[in-house]
Design a protein around this ligand. Structure first.
Ligand SMILES: [Zn+2]
Ligand SMILES: [Zn+2]
Ligand SMILES: [Zn+2]
Length: 362
């Protein structure tokens, strides 16, 4: 993720900021420029929800308002007077949100939105189509954020998953205690909200980018295996017997070993992790391993934008030492590794497939 700078006073800003702590400017995220814009209240601009209308500090002659979810502090994205409707691209994807009368739901929904907005930022940086399912029922994307319990209190387990463009996320996953409990239950080294979003949207883009393109589908099968293998049976087998003993040689996670579709979604999620971490490192100008000599495998220089750079080898070469450095920093603070994975050679091939697909080089 980019580190932004206040357009008025140069103060560094996070993606989620709505106010500059130094010059007190009101801020909003502009999708078109993927920038955090300083705003100027404008009496002429049509008011958004609960907020004024604005012009930009770097005035482009247009009026702006916040997305409707700003009223719940769940979104800081802007709409211009050229945009119809109440919601930004990220929020328009919501099909069901939790009941906000409950305070806990509001807190957890904000965390879900935070992860989802980061996801949509990345999709837009890749130039991927982000289509609202209401506007395009066949090829669009939508989210259901559901709770285990229905109104009468009867427990109904909600499964996080993807079906025909509809991604369901169990709201309880936003509760850190619940998520950690699930992580242990499932014997996973890593479980995060952003990880769920990246994984599930991987299934969606498989349908968009691979399923109906025979040449690419063939290359997919050469790399990940044949996805026509019975999916239900494969998952049943996975939950009954676990992953094969030697899964580490071929897969990024145990779950990836269950079926080619899950291998794809896990690999896709890791590619998105990799690019986000490298983009953040780029904005900080991080170099590692200087003390270890020029040819050390610990050396890396984050001097390129990983969304733009077309060379996968370069991305991987920077990512591996960077995660080593990040894990070491975390260990210094007694925290778990940030990236508790080893990427096997076969997964490198699969990650390269994702990279080439996104750069239209397959
Ligand atoms: Zn400022
Ligand atoms: Zn929004
Ligand atoms: Zn999956």
């Amino acid at each position: 993720m980019k580190i932004f700078r206040c357009q008025k006073c140069e103060n560094p800003l996070y993606f989620e900021n709505t106010k500059c702590e130094v010059c007190k400017s009101t801020l909003g995220y502009s999708e078109k420029n993927s920038s955090l814009a300083a705003l100027v209240p404008s009496p002429d601009a049509p008011a958004g929800h609960l907020k004024n209308g604005y012009t930009l500090f770097k005035d482009d002659g247009k009026h702006y308002r916040y997305c409707k979810n700003a009223e719940h502090k769940a979104c800081n994205w802007l709409l211009s007077d050229e945009d119809d409707g109440d919601f930004c691209t990220a929020c328009a994807l919501n099909h069901t949100i939790p009941n906000l009368q409950k305070k806990k739901n509001l807190k957890e929904w904000r965390k879900l939105e935070r992860a989802k907005h980061r996801l949509v930022y990345a999709l837009q940086r890749f130039g991927l189509p982000v289509i609202d399912r209401d506007a395009a029922p066949k090829e669009g994307l939508a989210f259901d954020f559901l709770s285990d319990k229905n109104a009468s209190g009867n427990a109904q387990p909600v499964r996080t998953g993807h079906l025909n463009g509809l991604i369901t996320i169990n709201v309880a996953e936003a509760d850190n205690v619940h998520r950690e409990y699930m992580r242990k239950q499932m014997a996973e080294p890593y479980r995060t909200l952003i990880g769920h979003f990246r994984h599930e949207v991987g299934h969606y883009y498989w349908e968009r980018l691979i399923r109906n393109r025979p040449e690419i589908l063939k290359k997919f099968r050469d790399t990940f295996g044949d996805e026509r293998a019975d999916y239900g049976e494969a998952l049943q087998r996975h939950y009954k017997n676990g992953a094969p003993k030697n899964w580490r040689q071929s897969y990024i996670s145990k779950y990836a070993a269950s079926h080619p579709w899950e291998d794809w979604a896990e690999t896709w999620a890791h590619y998105l992790h990799l690019v986000d971490v490298l983009e953040t490192a780029f904005y900080f100008g991080i170099n590692t391993g200087a003390a270890f000599g020029e040819n050390s495998p610990l050396r890396m220089r984050a001097d390129f934008d990983p969304y733009q750079d077309g060379r996968f080898a370069k991305l991987l070469k920077a990512f591996v030492p960077l995660t080593f450095a990040l894990n070491s920093l975390n260990r210094s603070m007694g925290q778990q590794d940030v990236y508790p994975f080893v990427i096997p050679k076969k997964t490198v091939k699969k990650l390269r497939f994702v990279h080439r697909l996104l750069h239209e080089k397959l």
